[in-house]
Ligand binder design. Structure first.
Ligand code: ZN
Length: 186
């Protein structure tokens, strides 16, 4: 799979969340700069509850990408639009050392999982193998914010079902994809 597929998926989901917030408010003069810490705009539809948690979530997602990108490339500036966030990161880290590019891929992939779960699609964890027993059967456990392995033989030191963060799943996924790329390149 090309990097772009991931990135497009993450960008589409982030855009959906962003649009969802926009329906609930009209931006003030500074409102279009999604990354700025300017005061939030006035409410567009007083009847609709303003969803500050989702707003904060989108800001934090973009902010993480911006911080990573600038740590690699201090002159990167800011993504022009929220839906450009991941393409912008790739563009500004493409000449960076391999480990920085790897981290970019992991962030984009992890965020695509986070966005899907935020929107309500927690089935996105299922196509991943359990990092420990390598079988399929991961389920999302919202209360713990972890993916839990449903293989009864697979447990952690406390004797509970093995559980994994999305960061771990993303790291495994990007590592496997990278190996595939290296194989097909030789
Ligand atoms: Zn397992």
């Amino acid at each position: 799979m090309a990097n772009g597929d991931n990135e497009d998926n993450a960008a589409t989901l982030l855009w959906e969340l962003h649009e969802y917030i926009q329906e609930r408010r009209i931006s003030g003069p500074e409102g279009h700069s999604y990354i700025s810490s300017a005061p939030r705009g006035t409410v567009a539809h007083p009847g609709l509850p303003y969803d500050s948690a989702t707003d904060d979530y989108v800001r934090a997602s973009v902010q993480e990408v911006v911080e990573h990108t600038r740590s690699v490339n201090p002159d990167a500036g800011l993504p022009p639009r929220v839906q450009d966030t991941y393409a912008w990161m790739r563009e500004h880290t493409e000449h960076a050392p391999e480990e920085d590019q790897f981290r970019s891929e992991v962030i984009a992939y992890r965020q695509s999982l986070e966005h899907a779960i935020r929107i309500g699609d927690d089935k996105v964890v299922r196509p991943h193998r359990c990092p420990k027993c390598r079988t399929f059967g991961l389920m999302w456990m919202a209360a713990a914010s972890k993916a839990v392995c449903t293989n009864t033989d697979c447990s952690n030191r406390e004797g509970l079902s093995s559980r994994f963060t999305l960061a771990r799943l993303a790291h495994e996924h990007v590592t496997a994809r990278k190996k595939l790329r290296n194989v097909s390149a030789t």
